[in-house]
Design a protein around this ligand. Structure first.
Ligand SMILES: NC(=O)c1ccc[n+]([C@@H]2O[C@H](COP(=O)([O-])OP(=O)(O)OC[C@H]3O[C@@H](n4cnc5c(N)ncnc54)[C@H](O)[C@@H]3O)[C@@H](O)[C@H]2O)c1
Length: 376
């Protein structure tokens, strides 16, 4: 068969468990696309990361960046190793360079309870956790990366940057996502701005632009919560939120908190989306504490790959790609549904290979959906 939609994917496994979850992810993508038909991916495996820096002196070689810029989408494992650092003491993080250099302003981090995966929250309402953090990903406090100043070993300064054009695109993206989620039945039609506008001029500006853009979406609820109050609310009543949008550093922190609510980093996918490019990667890092043991939970990597297929399908009007994305998401839910698949976050013995096998089996078993999803 000659697939009608073929997309070029730049594959950056990176470091540590990023490498370990990438091939299983390709296996899952291929299995889903085989069942759906009419869509194919053409992979280009590329070098980048802390180990690449150690070997070559360059964490993101130009050839890798150029291939990423030409690809239809970028699939990334994880990058960075705590013991490999630049001379200024900061870590190698080419995933941040990609966000800045490709203008990937919207960091999309869905936080959803997978039925069958336990939550550490005692309330049964934890089963209804389903919200999305939009982390601005090109400015905020991270604009200071590589520009921080230490004076005479006495004082250090990093500067936060908030700009109107990025905020406008970011907030419009967030409101449109809330519309889509409400349309698909998963959202509440609510967007929450998370800031510290009570203290900082930059956040008062952020909030002012949020309110301006909210006025363009009168059918959606728009509200504000300070970051410290949001840290509390995400533990006490996370099921009340829908879409929340925040600055880069706050989003970095809140998304790990969110991952903790639904079982850990292995269940938290992400997409970094701009107007022309997008990177899809799990929220987790290279996890040096478990790297090499084969026990990393690959679910977030698979969920991120499903987000990639969905984004490609929407952008290129390729319904088969979106059907393959749904198939992967449904297979993940099916694999965990009976509560027996226990990953290492819970002290279980379901390692990378076991989780992958279970999800591949669920993809193969999902004949009903394939029939409905439309093999040509
Ligand atoms: N986007 C990225 O590539 C990214 C994100 C965060 C951290 N990092 C880098 O990764 C390195 C390690 O950072 P860290 O330890 O702070 O964060 P981490 O996400 O790598 O690990 C945090 C904890 O979560 C666990 N964990 C993470 N992913 C898991 C998975 N898939 N399955 C089971 N357990 C998992 C780890 O074992 C660890 O206990 C650092 O060098 C850091 O800079 C990279």
């Amino acid at each position: 068969m000659n697939p009608s939609s073929t997309f070029r994917i730049a594959v950056l496994p990176g470091d540590g468990i990023g490498v370990e979850v990438m091939q299983p992810c390709i296996d899952v993508l291929e299995a889903a696309m085989r069942r759906v038909g009419n869509v194919a991916l053409d992979y280009e495996w590329l070098e980048a990361g802390a180990n690449t820096y150690r070997e070559t002196g360059n964490a993101l070689p130009k050839a890798t960046f150029d291939a990423c810029a030409k690809a239809d989408a970028i699939l990334l494992g994880a990058m960075g190793m705590p013991h490999i650092r630049y001379p200024d003491g900061t870590e190698i993080a080419p995933q941040l360079d990609l966000r800045f250099d490709l203008g990937l302003y919207a960091g999309v981090r869905p936080i959803r309870t997978i039925p069958g995966v336990p939550s550490l929250l005692a309330s049964p309402r934890a089963e209804a956790i389903d919200f999305v953090i939009i982390r601005e990903s090109t400015e905020g406090l991270f604009a200071s990366r590589g520009k921080g100043v230490v004076t005479d070993d006495r004082e250090a300064r990093d500067t936060m940057v908030i700009t109107r054009p990025v905020c406008e695109r970011l907030f419009d993206f967030s409101f449109r996502l809330a519309e889509d989620r409400r349309g698909s039945g998963s959202g509440k039609g609510r967007v929450t701005c998370v800031d510290k506008a009570n203290v900082f001029a930059s956040f008062a500006f952020f909030r002012k632009i949020f309110d301006e853009r909210a006025a363009r979406f009168p059918d959606l609820a728009a509200d504000h919560v300070y970051i410290d109050a949001m840290a509390l609310s995400l533990v006490l009543k996370p099921w009340e939120f829908d879409v929340m949008v925040t600055e880069n550093m706050f989003g970095d922190i809140l998304s790990d908190l969110g991952a903790g609510l639904i079982g850990g980093m292995g269940y938290a996918p992400s997409a970094d989306i701009g107007d022309e490019h997008a990177v899809f990667q799990p929220c987790h890092g290279s996890a040096p504490d478990i790297a090499g043991e084969g026990k990393a939970n690959p679910t977030a990597m698979f969920q991120s790959a499903a987000m990639m297929l969905d984004w490609l399908g929407e952008r290129h009007a390729a319904p088969s790609a979106r059907a393959a994305a749904r198939l992967i998401t449904d297979a993940i839910d099916a694999a965990f549904a009976d509560g027996r698949l226990r990953t290492c976050e819970f002290g279980g013995d379901a390692d990378t290979a076991a989780v992958t096998r279970a999800i591949l089996a669920a993809i193969d078993n999902d004949t009903a959906r394939v029939a409905a999803g439309g093999r040509a």
